[in-house]
Write a protein that binds this ligand. Structure first.
Ligand code: FES
Ligand SMILES: [Fe+2]
Length: 432
């Protein structure tokens, strides 16, 4: 026993000696090298394994700032711009108000969108999301700020009235033995699909006559999630889907190679003329569902006027489902299929939150999926610079080659109804 103890002590002493001589020899350069190796390892790990995450807030991109404060520039342009004779600002349909991962069980969030103030919470009974008006009918506290989830109910943080998430009925008032019949809060129809919490908005409060389709690969988990991009756009909601039917802009705005960047002052530089994106597409209303518009596109790269081989070809099918959802299917001849779920949420009359979430089959490694997402985001940011500054032309000068634009406007008008909220300049004078 003593022998063993002595031996251990010896070993500890030897280890101490090695350690202290190692520390003595360490120089500042060794420490810097260590920090560099750790930083590079973390960075490479992020690129290879972590899902993509890109958030561009109002003013981050799409404005010419020239060193000035981004928010100030965005506000100045917003005040100066002529909006044009825009259609109603909040169309009828399903809108993604949160992504599923943004709302944990038992959590409540306050969301302001579609001209409504909402409290969105996830019940603890079977993990279902519920949407109610944010303002409590009692004395007007915002339930989305500090409300407590109790099963499938939400308790107001002010006096503790508790409302049922499914029908809005008040089920408990802590200081009253009886709950009056009239005590209730407005609820909103909601469902969770493809990793999105969707809300049904209708100006006449009609029930939905269509539902967002589920993507099989997302539902059964065979498609892998690779992250998301989020852009805040300063435009009317219809400008975003109209882009899909505007085939002429593809050949101009999206033809310069992605490396030419997003800033339209430099995108068309002669430096990048030798390599171009080539797009061929069409747009039509789905024959099976009048709420769906379909754009089909073939993409390839042209280098020095010659089509690049199969590697750069991509078949794209973009299904515009109602006013605020797009399923963008990308088919690559070697890598296989991927899907981007695009959602648009009107945060204000001329302020849209545009989100792309990407899912692919196992054949597409994460770095490649990230390149797809980065390229898509960059092309979107070219559109964004246009959207942030343009006015809505209600009577555009359209050529016969652009007839899909007229068809798209006619198709999109089905999402407006008599009471759809109209644009008012008074609200729009508020700063971001
Ligand atoms: S304001 Fe909500 S309970 Fe009083
Ligand atoms: Fe575009």
């Amino acid at each position: 026993m003593l022998y063993y103890f002595g031996n251990t002590m010896d070993r500890l002493q030897i280890n101490d000696k090695i350690m202290s001589s190692f520390l003595d020899k360490l120089t500042i350069y060794d420490i810097i090298l260590c920090i560099l190796v750790i930083a590079i390892t973390i960075y490479v790990h992020r690129i290879l394994f972590r899902p993509y995450q890109l958030v561009r807030n109002v003013g981050d991109v799409g404005y010419i700032t020239d060193g000035r404060n981004k928010k100030e520039v965005a506000n100045e342009i917003r005040k100066r711009r002529r909006a044009g004779d825009v259609p109603p600002v909040y169309p009828n349909g399903w809108f993604s108000v949160l992504r599923s991962w943004e709302l944990k069980q038992g959590e409540v969030k306050y969301v302001s969108a579609l001209g409504q103030e909402l409290a969105i919470f996830r019940g603890t009974v079977d993990n279902k999301p519920f949407i109610v008006d944010a303002y409590c009918p009692h004395l007007g506290a915002n339930i989305g700020v500090g409300g407590q989830v109790k099963g499938d109910c939400i308790q107001c943080p002010f006096h503790g009235w508790t409302f049922n998430g499914s029908d809005g009925k008040c089920i408990d008032i802590p200081y009253s033995s009886k709950v009056p019949e009239f005590a209730s809060i407005r609820t909103w129809r909601c469902l969770e699909v493809n990793g999105e919490i969707m809300l049904w908005f209708h100006a006449e409060e009609e029930e939905p006559d269509w539902f967002p389709p589920e993507v099989e690969g997302i539902k059964n988990g065979t498609m892998i999630y690779h992250g998301y991009t989020e852009h805040h756009v300063n435009a009317h909601i219809e400008e975003i889907p109209e882009n899909g039917a505007d085939l002429a802009h593809l050949h101009h705005l999206h033809s310069p190679f992605v490396a030419a960047g997003r800033d339209l002052r430099f995108t068309f530089s002669w430096l990048w003329k030798w390599v171009q994106h080539d797009w061929h597409g069409e747009w039509s209303v789905s024959p099976s569902d009048k709420h769906i518009g379909v754009m089909t596109l073939d993409h390839s790269l042209t280098i020095f006027g010659k089509k690049f081989p199969v590697l750069t070809t991509l078949a794209v099918e973009a299904c515009q489902i109602g006013p605020g959802i797009v399923h963008l299917r990308l088919r690559h001849p070697i890598l296989g299929d991927s899907i981007m779920v695009q959602t648009v949420l009107p945060m204000g009359p001329l302020h849209q939150k545009l989100v792309h979430s990407m899912f692919t089959t196992w054949r597409i490694p994460r770095p490649i999926a990230k390149i797809f997402m980065w390229s898509e985001a960059l092309q979107v940011e070219r559109d964004l610079m246009i959207w942030n500054h343009k006015m809505y032309q209600s009577k555009p000068m359209i050529l016969k080659e652009e007839s899909t634009l007229v068809k798209h406007r006619r198709w999109y008008s089905q999402f407006y109804s008599e009471n759809s909220p109209r644009y008012s300049t008074r609200k729009e004078t508020l700063d971001w």
